[in-house]
Design a protein around this ligand. Structure first.
Ligand code: RIB
Length: 311
């Protein structure tokens, strides 16, 4: 798959520990050795898209610490254009403290560092005012400041790019979030984020809730359901993709692989059903391996899973 994609988002160093069970508040649980590796929803989605065959440009901010150098090197090693990734003096890079249960379930505590300094003025400077940079698709998440994501979405739309938002992590209720939803073409959320955006505990089927989310602005809404696959609502009838049975060991990065594959396929004007199915396959492969960027699949791996499990 070709396609040109711009990712505006976060870059974090991930410190990850696998534990037999997730600690409760006030509790200490011993786990395995720490695994350190590049992550951040923005960086992960950029790397996933590059491995899936896209030409990718990353827009983001790093600190001038050792992690910043490693995170940039990880992007460059994947052939990602890093010219719109800035480095801030006297600032730590983003850091994620991740605890992974043996079955793949996880919790993440984030120290945003430089990611939080990606304001609208920094976005303008890094992109010289051309966020979309001749891309088909601009892919956004919510680990950088909300006003910046809104500015990026508006610029992407004005340039005619498909604007895709992975609304993760979902911030506290904010009117800007609903303004942002009116500026995106495709929204990707998990079950918790979907319920948060709808502002009430879930009711009705997931496809019905995806339709309700469409009324907030995006023409296409995809709700990921973990191992159970995903549902989607777009211009045609809503659809359900049951997902791929795999042995999951770490779900960190699975959602990012999903978003990258979905954004690329829709940017290439593939039918929604194919895009969602490919995205479920990409997420499933990522979940079978530990870590974030190190777990992200190649195009060949995704195609192999799709071929093994024809529907
Ligand atoms: O989506 C997974 C990512 O979320 C991790 O890599 C971590 O950095 C957090 O941002």
């Amino acid at each position: 798959m070709d396609g040109r994609l711009v990712v505006v988002g976060s870059l974090n160093m991930d410190l990850s520990v696998t534990v037999p069970r997730l600690p409760r508040p006030g509790e200490t649980v011993s786990g395995a050795d720490v695994v350190r590796g590049p992550g951040g929803k923005g960086g992960n989605q950029a790397v996933a898209a590059a491995r899936l065959g896209a030409r990718v440009r990353m827009v983001g901010l790093l600190g001038d610490d050792a992690h910043g150098g490693e995170l940039r090197a990880a992007l460059v090693a994947e052939g990602i254009d890093d010219r719109a990734v800035g480095t801030l003096p006297d600032t730590p890079s983003g850091l994620a403290l991740i605890v992974v249960r043996h079955d793949g379930e996880n919790t993440i505590t984030l120290s945003p560092g430089a990611n939080d300094r990606l304001d609208e003025s920094a976005l303008r400077t890094l992109t010289a005012g051309t966020v979309a940079h001749r891309a088909d698709t601009v892919l956004l998440q919510l680990e950088v400041p909300l006003p910046t994501v809104l500015a990026a979405a508006r610029a992407a739309r004005a340039a005619g790019a498909l604007t895709v938002l992975n609304a993760a992590p979902l911030p506290a209720p904010d009117p800007l979030l609903y303004e942002l939803l009116r500026e995106v073409d495709v929204l990707i959320v998990n079950e918790t984020e979907a319920a948060g955006l709808l502002g009430r505990p879930g009711g009705g089927s997931w496809t019905a809730r995806a339709e309700q989310l469409r009324r907030l602005g995006p023409g296409t809404v995809v709700v990921t359901l973990g191992a159970a696959g995903a549902v989607a609502a777009g211009a045609g009838s809503p659809l359900t993709e049951p997902g791929f049975p795999v042995h999951a060991v770490d779900a960190v990065g699975a959602g990012d692989a999903f978003c990258a594959q979905l954004a690329l396929a829709l940017g290439q004007k593939r039918p929604l059903a194919d895009a969602v199915r490919g995205a479920c396959a990409a997420g499933a492969v990522a979940a079978t391996r530990p870590g974030a960027q190190r777990a992200l699949p190649t195009r060949a791996e995704v195609d192999a899973l799709l071929a093994r499990d024809p529907r």
